[in-house]
Design a protein around this ligand. Structure first.
Ligand code: 2PG
Ligand code: MG
Length: 404
């Protein structure tokens, strides 16, 4: 039986320059895996705690003193290691050892197991019926706002939704929209500085609705030029907009019914095909109202409302809250928990979108998680080395299927 022969954890930095953790796993057969965990900024309150009190340095100390002795010598299966991580913590939110510690060790273990089996990570994790030939739609961040930008719109993410069987085509389309959005923003204010936000999208002083017009025009141009299906999408991160029961924008403040109407109007006016977190994290019924109104023409995607937690997704299924679920490994804390949520979505007809975090690491494993889970989409940004690492990995996986 293969055993966990060595495991270590160390501090590394994410794309915001904030400390996170990286795990190294050694199996008794000699196979190794290494993975780092990312961090969110608009984190939902139902996701696991990324770090114990005190942050990444404390996480490493706790790992060395208390966690490592419980892991060494275990049967090296993902289920056993993930269960040991959860048991060692003792709390569902993993606040004692930290969700990022668990994520990094879980993913590093899966990578080591894949290496031992001489197969790619996606095949190691593949869900029943997934053969690795169906590639995800690219959900690419073109314009940043909210807590991912300084001086941008209130809405967090303006996205290009690029859909094509071949990843090199969808990635090219998302990159083209990003470039066209930048050019349009520069034309609107030729003397103003143009920056980039946490996820590599542009940051400009532009109104919430004007930004949709820029995005729509860029998508239309890219669609015509490249003959690739690319449409506008959005992540409202509405939890961040909600204050004292109202969704507050610079230009207006809306109650829940007003927010549902506003979002439905935007879907129609700008042809949005992807609408993430248009409502706050407890608003299961308001989500259902919106899905009823626009679910036939757009994906309504739950992020903070589900926090990649199977119990919350079950609650959403009962209420028909959304038709899609965002999947973030470090919201759940382990790959096993993540795959449980994915399997629940797959058996109930909910689309899944595998997602990065705003503070990312330059690892590429996320592309494999998307492919392995038959994800409808991969949301990983389009620019910045930590985002491009995932896209380039998807290109490599695409070549394995479609040839050079
Ligand atoms: C989101 C994510 C990633 P964060 O809201 O979907 O885009 O942001 O990682 O800050 O939670
Ligand atoms: Mg989100």
């Amino acid at each position: 039986m293969t055993r966990l022969a060595g495991v270590d954890l160390a501090v590394v930095y994410d794309s915001r320059g904030e400390a996170t953790v990286e795990a190294t796993v050694l199996l008794s057969t000699g196979a190794q895996g290494r993975a780092a965990a990312p961090s969110g900024r608009s984190a939902g309150s139902h996701e696991v705690r990324a770090f114990p009190e005190g942050g990444a340095e404390v996480a490493v100390r706790i790992f060395r003193d208390r966690l490592r002795p419980k892991l060494l010598g275990l049967d090296a299966s993902l289920a056993t290691v993930d269960q040991a991580l959860v048991d060692a913590d003792g709390r569902p939110d993993l606040a004692n050892v930290g969700g990022n510690t668990a994520t990094a060790i879980s993913v590093a273990t899966a990578i080591a197991l894949a290496e031992e089996a001489h197969r790619p990570l996606w095949r190691q994790l593949a869900r029943p019926g997934v053969d690795g030939t169906v590639f995800p739609t690219i959900v690419g961040n073109c314009l940043n706002g909210g807590r991912h930008a300084i001086g941008g719109p209130d809405i967090q993410e303006y996205l290009a939704i690029a859909r094509d069987p071949r990843p090199e085509r969808s990635i090219r389309a998302a990159l083209r929209v990003h470039a066209l959005v930048g050019a349009a923003l520069h034309r609107r204010a030729p003397h103003a500085a143009l920056g980039r936000g946490d996820e590599g999208g542009w940051v400009a002083a532009i109104g919430n609705v004007d930004a949709f017009e820029v995005l729509r025009a860029a998508c239309e141009q890219a669609r015509e030029e490249l003959e690739i299906d690319v449409r506008p999408g959005v992540d409202f991160a509405a939890n961040e907009l909600l204050k004292d029961g109202r969704y507050r924008y610079r230009e207006q403040s809306l109650d829940a019914a007003g927010q549902v109407r506003f979002v439905a109007e935007l879907v129609d006016r700008f042809g949005l095909s992807f609408v993430e977190d248009p409502l706050a994290e407890e608003a299961f019924d308001d989500f259902a109202d919106l899905t009823k109104a626009v679910g036939g023409k757009a994906l309504v995607v739950g992020d903070d409302v589900y926090a990649t937690d199977a119990r919350r997704v079950r609650h959403g299924l009962e209420r028909r809250s959304t038709n899609a679920v965002l999947i973030k490994v470090n919201q759940a804390g382990t790959l096993s928990r993540t795959l449980e949520t994915v399997d629940l979505c797959r058996s109930n007809g909910l689309a899944t979108v595998t997602s990065h975090r705003s503070g990312e690491v330059p690892d590429a494993w996320l592309a494999h998680v998307a492919l392995a889970t038959g994800a409808w989409g991969l949301k990983c940004g389009v620019l910045g080395g930590e985002r491009v690492a995932k896209l380039n990995e998807l290109l490599r996986l695409g070549r394995a299927t479609f040839g050079a």
